[in-house]
Design a protein around this ligand. Structure first.
Ligand code: PLP
Length: 403
């Protein structure tokens, strides 16, 4: 009998935990009222939404739950932070000689990269700060890019592809010294790494439900008190910061997931690191294996390798046929090289970057699944290399870093 499919793509999305679903379902069934209604049924939902806000605030170390704004997803939280801060800066200084300036890193999620292009087209100015070969942005480079008209810096907390954790606290401190607002996209770190939003120099922090075992379609933006943002959706909800009737059931689910994550964060992190260590030992034994980020702090369950002589997306398809869900990089048109912007920013050679494989571990993964994957992976890679008639010297491992 064939084993159940094994899911190694938790950075892409995560399963909803049963406890989270149990918390959410009553708000789809019986407690359906609008949390903004004055009647008792509405106020019951309001209380549940506010409890969820407290749980999210605790997870990220926010001093005041009122600083948490619920959104429809992590992308919306990112756009509200970045566009909202830039527009608010422009509204504060109408007719200023220079338009507000944004600094973002070259590693950011597409929700921010695409927004940068749109903001430029609307007359804002944007600087992009590069990364080193280890996938990290230097806080000093960020500080050097600051100009008198800089309104905001946006630097992700950890990269979704490589798992490299960025020096956000140091960068935020340098920005605060210069009076510049700082946003971090913590979509990949909320629930995985301890956060202390209020005690850090951060002003804005985004997170997303579906990356921490809550459903898709709910996120949050933490906004330090006093930070001015122009809303994307007008309306009185969320203290005029985000219009639209709150998605109460999903917000309750996000609260339940945040509470679980807060309680389990250390144990989860240790478990994921142990599983990843075994996975990486096995991967490093594959000829030509290149661990993309070898040193420095990484997300506990993220494992990113490149295998020269293959195409990552072909590897992902071959793994899928064997019952393993994994990820590579951007989808690529036949015959074309399509290298992820993250690996390009790190200066990885295209032949290497093309053979990218991301395995991201999370709730539900077992040692048995890792062993099963390690049994088939070397054979699949050898077969793909043969089919492309590309030879990599056998036994020559380029795996970087030592553990
Ligand atoms: N930021 C990062 C780093 C992500 O990995 C993702 C999702 O892949 C997002 C933002 C967007 O989150 P959502 O899917 O909730 O819009």
């Amino acid at each position: 009998m064939r084993a159940a499919p094994a899911y190694f793509d938790h950075n892409s999305t995560t399963p909803v935990r049963p406890e989270v679903l149990d918390a959410m379902l009553p708000f789809l069934r019986e407690h359906f009222a609008n949390p903004n209604s004055v009647h008792a049924q509405g106020q019951k939902v309001r209380r549940a939404v506010e409890e969820a806000r407290e749980k999210v605030a605790r997870l990220i170390g926010a001093a005041d739950p009122a600083e948490v704004v619920f959104t429809s997803c992590g992308s919306e939280a990112n756009v509200l932070a970045v566009q909202g801060a830039l527009e608010a800066a422009r509204e504060r200084r109408p007719g200023a000689e220079k338009a507000p300036h944004l600094i973002a890193s070259a590693l950011e999620h597409d929700s921010i990269r695409d927004l940068c292009a749109r903001l430029k087209a609307r007359g804002f100015s944007v600087s992009v700060v590069g990364a080193d070969s280890g996938g990290r942005v230097s806080p000093e480079d960020v500080a050097r890019a600051i100009r008198p008209e800089t309104a905001l810096v946006s630097l992700m907390h950890a990269n979704n592809e490589t798992g490299a954790v960025q020096p956000v606290e140091e960068a935020a401190r340098l920005c605060r010294e210069k009076g510049v607002l700082f946003h971090t996209d913590a979509v990949q770190t909320a629930g995985k790494l301890p956060l202390s939003a209020s005690r850090s120099g951060l002003d804005l922090l985004s997170l997303s439900g579906h990356k921490l075992n809550a459903p898709k379609g709910v996120g949050a933006l933490w906004v330090r008190s006093g930070t001015r943002l122009t809303p994307l959706i007008t309306g009185h909800q969320e203290k005029n910061r985000r219009g639209g009737t709150e998605n109460a059931a999903s917000i309750v689910a996000l609260g339940a997931a945040a509470e679980l994550a807060e309680r389990e964060i250390e144990e989860r992190s240790a478990g994921l690191q142990a599983l990843r260590a075994r996975l990486e030992d096995g991967l490093l034994a594959i000829p030509g294996a290149h661990r993309t980020v070898g040193s420095g702090e990484r997300l506990p369950g993220t494992c990113h390798f490149c295998f020269p002589g293959i195409r990552g997306h072909e590897l992902v398809v071959a793994l899928d046929l064997e019952g393993f869900s994994a990820s590579s990089g951007p989808a690529c048109a036949a015959g074309q090289r399509n290298i992820s912007h993250v690996l390009a920013a790190m200066g990885l050679a295209p032949e290497l970057a093309e053979g990218a494989l991301r395995l991201s571990l999370g709730w539900g993964n077992s040692r048995e699944e890792v062993e099963r994957l390690l049994k088939v992976l070397p054979e699949i890679i050898a077969r793909l290399r043969d089919s492309r008639d590309t030879r990599v010297p056998a036994g020559e491992s380029q795996g970087r870093g030592t553990r």
